[in-house]
Design a protein around this ligand. Structure first.
Ligand code: BEZ
Length: 209
């Protein structure tokens, strides 16, 4: 057990933080990182976090030399270059661009999910903009449909940046948007996730109940 040399600004509910935690588990780097818990929303920022990341977003990763990395994509790339096992982000070639594109699709599903969440919990009901919420839900539905139609075999082939990102996006949908019932229209994605979600890294990083 080594003394952590890095600090991760963290909240267990964030799917973006979860991606980083899953990669730390998968690459055996958990003990290199101390967690700094942040309770924040766009209208209730975390002062300590803002000093290190002017965007006030988690995750952010403070390195041993004081440098701070953000956002989650940069942190994942950095951490993936800090271990000796197989890379979870292909370093080059067409696999790199395909796996990063799948990861970006999953991030987009998270983005839309979080925007809907903020609209519904932070705004007074009379201020909520239903067509905008529905537009975000449509992004989620289209993203899921794309994964169902074109990505199942790739997700099943190995557990890397693409699979981590999709699993964290689906976990967030289950956590905050169970009403979307995404499994109904995506049975193959549901079957993939049922198996993937049993990995130790995903079991250990489930959102709080
Ligand atoms: C949430 O509670 O859904 C949440 C909290 C922090 C970051 C992202 C999401």
């Amino acid at each position: 057990m080594s003394i952590p040399s890095m600090t991760l600004f963290h909240n267990p509910a964030s799917p973006y933080v979860r991606k980083v935690m899953v990669l730390l588990h998968e690459t055996g780097q958990l003990d290199r990182v101390a967690l700094h818990d942040c309770q924040l929303t766009p209208i209730k920022p975390d002062a300590a976090l803002n000093q290190d990341n002017p965007l006030g977003k988690i995750p952010a990763l403070r390195l041993a030399d004081g440098q701070v990395l953000y956002d989650s994509r940069v942190i994942l790339d950095y951490l993936d270059q800090q271990h000796v096992g197989n890379p979870l982000i292909p370093r080059e070639g067409s696999a790199r661009w395909r796996r990063l594109t799948l990861a970006a699709l999953a991030d987009g599903i998270m983005d839309a999910s979080l925007l809907v969440r903020y609209e519904l919990i932070l705004r007074a009901p009379e201020q909520q903009w239903e067509p905008w919420v529905e537009g975000q839900r449509d992004k989620i539905r289209r993203g899921l449909a794309e994964l169902e139609a074109h990505a199942i075999a790739e997700l099943a082939s190995h557990f890397d940046i693409a699979a981590i990102s999709v699993a964290c996006a689906l976990g967030y949908l289950d956590f905050r948007h169970p009403d979307l019932e995404w499994r109904q229209a995506q049975p193959r994605l549901a079957a993939w996730y049922a198996e993937a979600s049993q990995r130790a890294s995903l079991l250990a990083t489930q959102p709080p109940v």
